[in-house]
Design a protein around this ligand. Structure first.
Ligand code: HEC
Ligand code: HEC
Length: 285
């Protein structure tokens, strides 16, 4: 890497900060850098867009949780549930800039169903950052499959040997009855192709070793200082007193779920994902 590379990368980050909400120091940054940096800026301009889409992970996380709490009830996890509005692909009818989006979020759109939200510029800015992040990994059209076909494939692929939807199926894997409420289509697709990529804490594989050396494996539902609660392969809910165990190992890198990469086509996964995204019911016991 050359020196120039290092400088331009750093400046690219600073320039990119300009387009991010909540950053007020940018004017000074420009003045202080002077002509030289202007040259550098000119050189890296074509890369700006890509740079802007590498946002601060903390902003994305804060924005995601706000989006899920406040916006998803109307707009959906993928931002496509309000007819004519698509929040997930950086194409807005009423906004040309991040500032427009922040204003819409804070003030609502009068005469429409879009409500005002009491929150600071920064809080709204984090949601905007999250919307951009959504667009970045929404390139695949996993939410445009055929749900009826997806339901068939779900049954045919043996998913219900581990999962439960609407009270039917097994309990070894997580209940998917309301998965459409809290996972986006891209995340669902990733779960099917690459289950080990992202495992929720309560879904990790745990192995407990008893004092006599016997082992029990299952999905870790909960744990604290004294107990480990798991669902074993026979769907028994089992609680262990840690003092009776000689070891507890928790696997967070490798899922218990098999990958369906190479077993299902992209279109088939899109169909299953579309079916799963519609599961928004409450879990039945
Ligand atoms: C009560 C339902 C509801 C909630 C909650 C809601 N919205 Fe909306 N939103 C709408 C509706 C309906 C529209 C369409 C308005 C119109 O007719 O243009 C809309 C429009 C928008 C637009 C304009 C889209 C465009 O193409 O220009 C943005 C941006 C937006 N909403 C973002 C959000 C964000 C971010 C949140 C959460 C902070 C949120 N909305 C919460 C109902 C809602
Ligand atoms: C051998 C049991 C097994 C089979 C078969 C199986 N899964 Fe899973 N699945 C799991 C387990 C365990 C987890 C939790 C660990 C993880 O997230 O990888 C999981 C996680 C998931 C998740 C993520 C849940 C979340 O909360 O994010 C989805 C979605 C999913 N499975 C869908 C499917 C689909 C669709 C099929 C069939 C094509 C399938 N699974 C087949 C065991 C299984």
């Amino acid at each position: 890497m050359t020196n120039l590379d290092i400088v331009t990368k750093r400046e690219a980050r600073e320039v990119s900060a300009v387009s991010r909400p909540g950053v007020s120091a940018h004017r000074n940054t420009f003045r202080n850098f002077g002509v030289c940096s202007l040259l550098a800026i000119t050189v890296i301009l074509p890369r700006l867009d890509a740079q802007r889409r590498e946002p601060d992970p903390h902003d994305v996380e804060a924005g995601a949780s706000r989006y899920n709490n406040i916006c998803a009830s109307c707009h959906g996890q993928d931002g496509d549930q309000v007819p004519g509005v698509d929040l997930g692909h950086n194409t807005f009818r009423r906004a040309n800039s991040d500032q427009d989006l922040i204003n819409i979020i804070r003030n609502g759109i009068s005469g429409t169903g879009m409500p005002a939200n009491k929150m600071s510029e920064d809080a709204a800015g984090a949601i905007v950052t999250y919307l951009h992040a959504m667009a970045k990994d929404a390139s695949s059209n996993t939410s445009k499959g055929n749900a009826a076909h997806g339901e068939e494939l779900y049954a045919r692929s043996g998913c219900s040997a581990c999962h439960r939807i609407g009270g039917k199926g097994a309990r070894f894997g997580p209940d998917l009855s309301d998965i459409g409420r809290y996972r986006r289509s891209v995340q669902l697709a990733r779960s099917i192709f690459d289950p080990s990529a992202d495992i929720a804490p309560e879904n990790r594989l745990v192995t407990v070793v008893m004092r006599d050396g016997s082992q029990i494996e299952g999905r870790l539902l909960n744990q604290d200082t004294f107990t480990v609660l798991l669902m074993d392969r026979n769907e028994n809910l089992r609680s262990f007193d840690r003092s009776t165990l000689s070891a507890v190992t928790i696997e967070d890198k490798k899922s218990i779920m098999p990958s369906y990469k190479g077993k299902l086509t992209d279109q088939e996964v899109a169909d299953i994902v579309t079916y799963l995204a519609q599961q928004k019911g409450t879990k039945l016991k």
